[in-house]
Write a new protein. Sequence first.
Length: 436
Amino acid sequence: MAVEIKMPALSPTMEEGTLAKWLLKEGDEVVSGDIMAEIETDKATMEFEAVDEGIIAKILVPEGSENVAVGTVIAILAEDGESTDDAVAAMSGKSAAPEPAKAEAQSSASEEKPVEEKIVAGETSNATSTTGTSSQKDGRVKASPLARRIASNKGVDLAAVTGTGPKGRIVKADVEGFTPDAAAKAPAAAVTSTSAAPAETKPFTTDIPHSSEKLNNVRKVIARRLTEAKQTVPHIYLTVNIQLDALLKLRGQLNSALESKGIKLSVNDLLIKALAKALMEVPKCNVSFAGDQLITYERADISVAVAAPSGLITPIIKEADTKSLSAISTEMKELAGKAREGKLQPHEYQGGTASISNMGMFGISQFDAVINPPQGMILAVGAGEKRPAVIDDSLQIATMMGVTGSFDHRSIDGADGAQLMKALKDLIENPMGLVA
Protein backbone atom coordinates (compact mmCIF):
# COMPACT_ATOMS: atom_id res chain seq x y z
CA MET A 1 0.00 0.00 0.00
CA ALA A 2 1.31 3.46 -0.91
CA VAL A 3 2.48 5.68 1.94
CA GLU A 4 2.12 9.47 2.09
CA ILE A 5 5.27 11.29 3.20
CA LYS A 6 4.14 14.49 4.93
CA MET A 7 5.87 17.69 5.92
CA PRO A 8 6.88 17.06 9.54
CA ALA A 9 6.80 19.43 12.49
CA LEU A 10 10.45 19.50 13.48
CA SER A 11 10.05 22.05 16.27
CA PRO A 12 7.23 23.02 18.63
CA THR A 13 6.65 26.38 16.93
CA MET A 14 6.87 25.10 13.37
CA GLU A 15 3.72 25.68 11.32
CA GLU A 16 5.39 25.69 7.92
CA GLY A 17 8.87 25.24 6.52
CA THR A 18 11.06 25.35 3.45
CA LEU A 19 11.88 22.08 1.74
CA ALA A 20 15.49 23.10 1.19
CA LYS A 21 16.87 20.00 -0.52
CA TRP A 22 15.85 16.49 -1.50
CA LEU A 23 18.61 13.95 -0.79
CA LEU A 24 16.75 11.22 -2.70
CA LYS A 25 15.11 11.18 -6.13
CA GLU A 26 12.16 9.36 -7.66
CA GLY A 27 12.91 5.67 -8.05
CA ASP A 28 15.37 5.56 -5.15
CA GLU A 29 14.97 2.85 -2.55
CA VAL A 30 14.39 4.08 0.99
CA VAL A 31 15.26 2.23 4.19
CA SER A 32 13.89 3.32 7.55
CA GLY A 33 16.40 5.70 9.10
CA ASP A 34 17.63 7.12 5.78
CA ILE A 35 17.88 10.90 5.55
CA MET A 36 15.38 11.93 2.88
CA ALA A 37 15.57 15.71 2.81
CA GLU A 38 16.84 18.87 4.45
CA ILE A 39 14.07 21.10 5.83
CA GLU A 40 14.46 24.68 7.01
CA THR A 41 12.36 25.06 10.14
CA ASP A 42 11.64 28.14 12.22
CA LYS A 43 14.92 27.52 14.05
CA ALA A 44 17.44 25.80 11.79
CA THR A 45 17.99 23.54 8.80
CA MET A 46 17.33 19.98 9.88
CA GLU A 47 17.47 16.52 8.33
CA PHE A 48 14.22 14.61 7.75
CA GLU A 49 14.52 10.92 8.53
CA ALA A 50 12.57 8.19 6.72
CA VAL A 51 10.28 6.07 8.87
CA ASP A 52 8.85 3.60 6.36
CA GLU A 53 10.63 1.51 3.73
CA GLY A 54 9.96 1.41 0.01
CA ILE A 55 10.66 3.28 -3.22
CA ILE A 56 10.13 6.98 -3.89
CA ALA A 57 7.24 6.85 -6.35
CA LYS A 58 6.60 10.58 -6.72
CA ILE A 59 8.01 13.80 -5.32
CA LEU A 60 5.10 16.23 -5.00
CA VAL A 61 6.89 19.23 -3.52
CA PRO A 62 10.13 20.23 -5.26
CA GLU A 63 13.18 21.33 -3.34
CA GLY A 64 13.38 25.04 -2.69
CA SER A 65 9.62 25.27 -2.02
CA GLU A 66 8.84 27.78 0.73
CA ASN A 67 5.96 28.03 3.20
CA VAL A 68 5.08 24.34 2.98
CA ALA A 69 2.49 23.75 5.70
CA VAL A 70 3.05 21.01 8.26
CA GLY A 71 1.04 17.96 7.20
CA THR A 72 1.30 18.65 3.46
CA VAL A 73 2.02 15.49 1.46
CA ILE A 74 5.46 16.08 -0.05
CA ALA A 75 6.09 12.64 -1.59
CA ILE A 76 4.56 9.22 -2.20
CA LEU A 77 6.33 6.02 -1.17
CA ALA A 78 5.62 2.69 -2.86
CA GLU A 79 5.97 -0.24 -0.46
CA ASP A 80 7.41 -3.69 -1.27
CA GLY A 81 5.67 -5.44 -4.14
CA GLU A 82 3.93 -2.28 -5.34
CA SER A 83 4.87 -0.50 -8.54
CA THR A 84 5.52 3.21 -8.43
CA ASP A 85 2.75 3.79 -10.99
CA ASP A 86 0.25 1.91 -8.83
CA ALA A 87 1.31 3.90 -5.77
CA VAL A 88 0.84 7.23 -7.54
CA ALA A 89 -2.51 6.11 -8.97
CA ALA A 90 -3.69 5.00 -5.52
CA MET A 91 -2.94 8.42 -4.09
CA SER A 92 -4.13 10.47 -7.04
CA GLY A 93 -7.55 11.05 -5.49
CA LYS A 94 -6.12 12.39 -2.27
CA SER A 95 -5.30 16.04 -1.64
CA ALA A 96 -1.75 17.08 -0.90
CA ALA A 97 -3.05 19.64 1.58
CA PRO A 98 -3.20 18.89 5.30
CA GLU A 99 -6.36 17.11 6.40
CA PRO A 100 -8.79 19.86 7.48
CA ALA A 101 -10.35 17.89 10.29
CA LYS A 102 -6.98 16.91 11.69
CA ALA A 103 -5.56 20.40 11.34
CA GLU A 104 -8.62 21.86 13.04
CA ALA A 105 -8.37 19.35 15.85
CA GLN A 106 -4.68 20.14 16.33
CA SER A 107 -5.40 23.86 16.31
CA SER A 108 -8.14 23.42 18.89
CA ALA A 109 -5.87 21.27 21.04
CA SER A 110 -3.05 23.81 20.94
CA GLU A 111 -5.44 26.61 21.87
CA GLU A 112 -7.19 24.63 24.56
CA LYS A 113 -4.64 25.55 27.25
CA PRO A 114 -2.63 28.75 27.50
CA VAL A 115 1.15 28.48 27.73
CA GLU A 116 1.05 29.06 31.50
CA GLU A 117 -1.06 25.93 32.00
CA LYS A 118 1.25 23.95 29.72
CA ILE A 119 4.22 24.98 31.83
CA VAL A 120 2.51 23.93 35.05
CA ALA A 121 1.33 20.68 33.54
CA GLY A 122 4.87 19.88 32.43
CA GLU A 123 4.05 19.45 28.77
CA THR A 124 7.28 19.21 26.77
CA SER A 125 8.10 20.35 23.26
CA ASN A 126 7.44 16.88 21.90
CA ALA A 127 4.00 16.89 23.47
CA THR A 128 3.12 20.15 21.79
CA SER A 129 4.48 19.19 18.38
CA THR A 130 1.97 19.37 15.56
CA THR A 131 2.54 15.78 14.50
CA GLY A 132 3.41 14.43 17.92
CA THR A 133 1.00 11.77 19.09
CA SER A 134 1.34 8.75 21.31
CA SER A 135 4.08 6.43 20.12
CA GLN A 136 2.31 3.42 21.68
CA LYS A 137 -0.66 1.62 20.30
CA ASP A 138 -1.92 -1.71 21.57
CA GLY A 139 1.20 -1.97 23.75
CA ARG A 140 3.62 -1.71 20.80
CA VAL A 141 6.12 1.12 20.63
CA LYS A 142 6.44 2.60 17.14
CA ALA A 143 10.02 3.68 16.43
CA SER A 144 12.42 3.76 13.52
CA PRO A 145 15.28 1.21 13.54
CA LEU A 146 17.80 4.03 13.95
CA ALA A 147 15.89 5.43 16.93
CA ARG A 148 15.75 1.94 18.48
CA ARG A 149 19.50 1.53 18.02
CA ILE A 150 20.28 4.90 19.60
CA ALA A 151 17.87 4.20 22.47
CA SER A 152 19.55 0.86 23.10
CA ASN A 153 23.00 2.45 23.17
CA LYS A 154 21.86 5.25 25.51
CA GLY A 155 19.74 2.99 27.72
CA VAL A 156 16.57 4.97 26.97
CA ASP A 157 13.17 3.35 27.54
CA LEU A 158 11.26 4.02 24.32
CA ALA A 159 7.96 3.69 26.15
CA ALA A 160 8.75 6.97 27.91
CA VAL A 161 9.58 8.85 24.70
CA THR A 162 6.99 10.86 22.76
CA GLY A 163 7.28 10.43 19.00
CA THR A 164 7.15 13.36 16.60
CA GLY A 165 7.34 11.37 13.37
CA PRO A 166 4.42 10.35 11.17
CA LYS A 167 1.62 8.78 13.22
CA GLY A 168 3.60 9.38 16.40
CA ARG A 169 6.56 7.26 15.31
CA ILE A 170 9.67 7.81 17.44
CA VAL A 171 12.58 9.07 15.33
CA LYS A 172 16.24 9.81 16.00
CA ALA A 173 15.75 13.40 17.23
CA ASP A 174 13.17 12.24 19.82
CA VAL A 175 15.64 9.83 21.43
CA GLU A 176 18.60 12.20 21.27
CA GLY A 177 16.55 14.97 22.87
CA PHE A 178 14.97 12.79 25.56
CA THR A 179 15.82 13.47 29.21
CA PRO A 180 14.04 11.29 31.80
CA ASP A 181 13.84 13.96 34.49
CA ALA A 182 12.99 16.91 32.23
CA ALA A 183 9.27 16.90 33.00
CA ALA A 184 9.75 16.41 36.72
CA LYS A 185 12.57 18.87 37.35
CA ALA A 186 12.25 21.52 34.64
CA PRO A 187 8.86 21.29 33.02
CA ALA A 188 9.02 24.68 31.38
CA ALA A 189 12.43 24.20 29.78
CA ALA A 190 11.08 22.93 26.49
CA VAL A 191 7.97 25.07 26.32
CA THR A 192 7.88 27.80 23.72
CA SER A 193 5.53 30.67 24.42
CA THR A 194 2.52 31.15 22.24
CA SER A 195 2.84 33.82 19.60
CA ALA A 196 0.68 36.89 19.54
CA ALA A 197 -1.32 37.54 16.41
CA PRO A 198 0.82 39.75 14.19
CA ALA A 199 -0.49 43.21 13.59
CA GLU A 200 -1.61 43.94 10.07
CA THR A 201 1.22 45.68 8.21
CA LYS A 202 0.90 47.97 5.25
CA PRO A 203 2.81 47.15 2.06
CA PHE A 204 6.21 48.82 2.10
CA THR A 205 6.78 51.46 -0.54
CA THR A 206 9.71 53.81 -1.14
CA ASP A 207 11.26 55.80 -3.95
CA ILE A 208 14.75 55.33 -2.48
CA PRO A 209 16.93 52.87 -4.47
CA HIS A 210 17.03 49.65 -2.47
CA SER A 211 17.17 45.88 -2.55
CA SER A 212 14.77 43.51 -0.80
CA GLU A 213 15.13 40.02 0.59
CA LYS A 214 12.34 37.73 1.69
CA LEU A 215 12.50 36.81 5.37
CA ASN A 216 13.43 33.22 6.10
CA ASN A 217 11.50 31.21 8.68
CA VAL A 218 14.05 31.83 11.42
CA ARG A 219 13.91 35.60 10.97
CA LYS A 220 10.09 35.53 10.96
CA VAL A 221 10.04 33.69 14.29
CA ILE A 222 12.64 36.03 15.79
CA ALA A 223 10.53 39.03 14.79
CA ARG A 224 7.35 37.50 16.20
CA ARG A 225 8.84 36.35 19.50
CA LEU A 226 10.75 39.58 20.20
CA THR A 227 7.64 41.62 19.51
CA GLU A 228 5.63 39.39 21.83
CA ALA A 229 8.28 39.54 24.56
CA LYS A 230 8.41 43.35 24.59
CA GLN A 231 4.62 43.66 24.44
CA THR A 232 3.73 41.10 27.11
CA VAL A 233 6.71 40.92 29.50
CA PRO A 234 7.34 43.93 31.80
CA HIS A 235 11.14 44.35 31.68
CA ILE A 236 13.20 45.84 34.51
CA TYR A 237 16.87 46.61 33.78
CA LEU A 238 19.70 46.53 36.34
CA THR A 239 23.29 47.46 35.43
CA VAL A 240 26.58 46.92 37.26
CA ASN A 241 30.19 47.76 36.36
CA ILE A 242 32.50 44.84 37.07
CA GLN A 243 36.28 44.84 37.38
CA LEU A 244 37.57 42.16 35.04
CA ASP A 245 41.32 42.00 35.80
CA ALA A 246 41.19 39.09 38.26
CA LEU A 247 39.08 37.04 35.85
CA LEU A 248 41.46 37.75 32.96
CA LYS A 249 44.43 36.72 35.11
CA LEU A 250 42.74 33.45 36.10
CA ARG A 251 41.80 32.79 32.48
CA GLY A 252 45.44 33.16 31.42
CA GLN A 253 46.59 30.74 34.12
CA LEU A 254 43.93 28.17 33.25
CA ASN A 255 44.68 28.40 29.52
CA SER A 256 48.38 27.75 30.20
CA ALA A 257 47.41 24.65 32.17
CA LEU A 258 44.92 23.45 29.53
CA GLU A 259 47.07 24.18 26.49
CA SER A 260 48.31 20.59 26.25
CA LYS A 261 44.68 19.42 26.00
CA GLY A 262 43.89 21.82 23.16
CA ILE A 263 41.38 23.76 25.28
CA LYS A 264 41.32 27.56 25.30
CA LEU A 265 38.81 29.23 27.58
CA SER A 266 37.08 32.40 26.41
CA VAL A 267 35.87 35.15 28.71
CA ASN A 268 32.35 34.14 27.71
CA ASP A 269 32.94 30.58 28.97
CA LEU A 270 33.75 31.97 32.40
CA LEU A 271 30.75 34.32 32.31
CA ILE A 272 28.42 31.40 31.50
CA LYS A 273 29.72 29.61 34.59
CA ALA A 274 29.45 32.78 36.69
CA LEU A 275 25.81 33.38 35.68
CA ALA A 276 24.92 29.74 36.37
CA LYS A 277 26.46 29.81 39.86
CA ALA A 278 24.87 33.18 40.62
CA LEU A 279 21.44 31.78 39.68
CA MET A 280 21.94 28.91 42.10
CA GLU A 281 22.93 31.39 44.83
CA VAL A 282 19.84 33.50 44.08
CA PRO A 283 17.19 30.93 43.03
CA LYS A 284 14.47 33.60 43.02
CA CYS A 285 15.89 34.70 39.66
CA ASN A 286 16.09 31.18 38.19
CA VAL A 287 12.37 31.13 37.45
CA SER A 288 9.57 31.24 34.89
CA PHE A 289 6.28 33.12 35.22
CA ALA A 290 3.38 30.70 34.74
CA GLY A 291 0.13 32.60 35.17
CA ASP A 292 -0.92 31.96 38.76
CA GLN A 293 2.19 29.92 39.57
CA LEU A 294 5.94 30.48 39.68
CA ILE A 295 8.28 27.79 38.36
CA THR A 296 11.62 27.66 40.20
CA TYR A 297 14.34 25.58 38.52
CA GLU A 298 16.69 23.29 40.40
CA ARG A 299 19.57 23.68 37.96
CA ALA A 300 20.93 26.40 35.70
CA ASP A 301 20.67 25.74 31.95
CA ILE A 302 22.19 28.76 30.19
CA SER A 303 20.99 29.73 26.70
CA VAL A 304 23.82 31.49 24.85
CA ALA A 305 22.98 33.89 22.01
CA VAL A 306 24.84 33.00 18.81
CA ALA A 307 24.64 35.02 15.59
CA ALA A 308 24.05 32.52 12.78
CA PRO A 309 23.66 33.35 9.06
CA SER A 310 19.91 32.67 9.26
CA GLY A 311 19.42 34.73 12.42
CA LEU A 312 19.92 34.65 16.18
CA ILE A 313 19.71 31.27 17.91
CA THR A 314 20.41 30.24 21.50
CA PRO A 315 22.09 26.85 22.02
CA ILE A 316 22.01 25.70 25.64
CA ILE A 317 24.74 24.71 28.08
CA LYS A 318 22.74 22.41 30.35
CA GLU A 319 23.66 22.10 34.04
CA ALA A 320 26.23 24.86 33.62
CA ASP A 321 26.31 25.33 37.40
CA THR A 322 27.95 21.91 37.88
CA LYS A 323 30.00 21.59 34.67
CA SER A 324 33.72 22.33 34.65
CA LEU A 325 35.01 25.35 32.74
CA SER A 326 36.79 23.08 30.26
CA ALA A 327 33.56 21.13 29.63
CA ILE A 328 31.62 24.37 29.10
CA SER A 329 34.26 25.65 26.68
CA THR A 330 34.36 22.45 24.64
CA GLU A 331 30.56 22.15 24.49
CA MET A 332 30.09 25.82 23.64
CA LYS A 333 32.50 25.68 20.69
CA GLU A 334 30.71 22.59 19.33
CA LEU A 335 27.24 24.10 19.73
CA ALA A 336 28.26 27.47 18.24
CA GLY A 337 29.72 25.70 15.20
CA LYS A 338 26.54 23.68 14.69
CA ALA A 339 24.44 26.83 15.15
CA ARG A 340 26.33 28.67 12.41
CA GLU A 341 25.94 25.67 10.09
CA GLY A 342 22.22 25.37 10.89
CA LYS A 343 22.73 21.85 12.25
CA LEU A 344 21.44 22.21 15.82
CA GLN A 345 18.96 19.58 16.96
CA PRO A 346 15.83 20.70 18.86
CA HIS A 347 17.10 19.47 22.23
CA GLU A 348 20.20 21.64 21.78
CA TYR A 349 18.32 24.95 21.58
CA GLN A 350 14.91 24.37 23.21
CA GLY A 351 14.63 25.24 26.88
CA GLY A 352 17.09 27.00 29.14
CA THR A 353 16.40 28.70 32.47
CA ALA A 354 18.18 32.00 31.67
CA SER A 355 20.12 33.55 28.78
CA ILE A 356 23.35 35.42 28.17
CA SER A 357 24.12 37.70 25.22
CA ASN A 358 27.68 39.00 24.83
CA MET A 359 28.33 41.85 22.39
CA GLY A 360 31.63 42.87 23.91
CA MET A 361 33.58 41.53 20.94
CA PHE A 362 31.93 44.24 18.83
CA GLY A 363 33.08 46.99 21.16
CA ILE A 364 29.61 47.59 22.61
CA SER A 365 30.00 49.13 26.07
CA GLN A 366 26.47 48.47 27.35
CA PHE A 367 23.06 47.38 26.04
CA ASP A 368 19.69 46.04 27.18
CA ALA A 369 18.67 42.59 25.94
CA VAL A 370 15.13 41.30 25.37
CA ILE A 371 14.00 38.43 27.61
CA ASN A 372 13.46 35.06 25.93
CA PRO A 373 10.12 33.75 27.36
CA PRO A 374 9.34 31.70 29.33
CA GLN A 375 12.71 32.46 30.91
CA GLY A 376 12.73 35.11 33.63
CA MET A 377 15.98 36.94 32.81
CA ILE A 378 18.75 37.56 30.30
CA LEU A 379 22.24 38.97 30.89
CA ALA A 380 23.64 41.52 28.42
CA VAL A 381 27.45 41.69 28.47
CA GLY A 382 29.43 44.65 27.17
CA ALA A 383 33.12 45.02 26.31
CA GLY A 384 35.93 44.95 28.85
CA GLU A 385 37.65 48.34 28.61
CA LYS A 386 40.53 50.05 30.38
CA ARG A 387 38.98 52.83 32.48
CA PRO A 388 39.87 54.96 35.49
CA ALA A 389 38.57 53.29 38.64
CA VAL A 390 38.81 53.89 42.37
CA ILE A 391 40.54 50.85 43.91
CA ASP A 392 41.56 50.79 47.59
CA ASP A 393 40.78 54.52 47.84
CA SER A 394 43.16 55.41 45.00
CA LEU A 395 42.57 56.21 41.36
CA GLN A 396 43.88 53.44 39.13
CA ILE A 397 43.43 52.04 35.64
CA ALA A 398 41.35 48.84 35.60
CA THR A 399 39.61 46.67 33.02
CA MET A 400 35.91 47.38 33.56
CA MET A 401 32.90 45.70 31.99
CA GLY A 402 29.30 46.91 31.91
CA VAL A 403 26.72 44.16 32.48
CA THR A 404 22.93 44.63 32.38
CA GLY A 405 20.36 42.14 33.56
CA SER A 406 16.86 42.23 32.06
CA PHE A 407 14.29 40.73 34.45
CA ASP A 408 10.65 39.72 34.07
CA HIS A 409 9.12 41.97 36.73
CA ARG A 410 6.06 39.70 37.04
CA SER A 411 8.20 36.99 38.62
CA ILE A 412 11.38 38.74 39.82
CA ASP A 413 11.37 41.70 42.21
CA GLY A 414 13.94 44.45 41.74
CA ALA A 415 15.63 43.55 45.04
CA ASP A 416 16.06 39.93 43.95
CA GLY A 417 17.43 41.00 40.58
CA ALA A 418 19.88 43.32 42.36
CA GLN A 419 20.96 40.44 44.59
CA LEU A 420 21.69 38.32 41.51
CA MET A 421 23.75 41.10 39.91
CA LYS A 422 25.73 41.49 43.16
CA ALA A 423 26.38 37.72 43.31
CA LEU A 424 27.53 37.80 39.68
CA LYS A 425 29.85 40.76 40.33
CA ASP A 426 31.37 39.02 43.38
CA LEU A 427 32.01 35.82 41.42
CA ILE A 428 33.69 37.64 38.51
CA GLU A 429 35.83 39.89 40.72
CA ASN A 430 36.78 36.92 42.95
CA PRO A 431 36.85 34.22 40.25
CA MET A 432 38.39 31.36 42.24
CA GLY A 433 34.79 30.55 43.15
CA LEU A 434 34.29 29.49 39.52
CA VAL A 435 36.78 26.62 39.83
CA ALA A 436 35.99 25.63 43.42
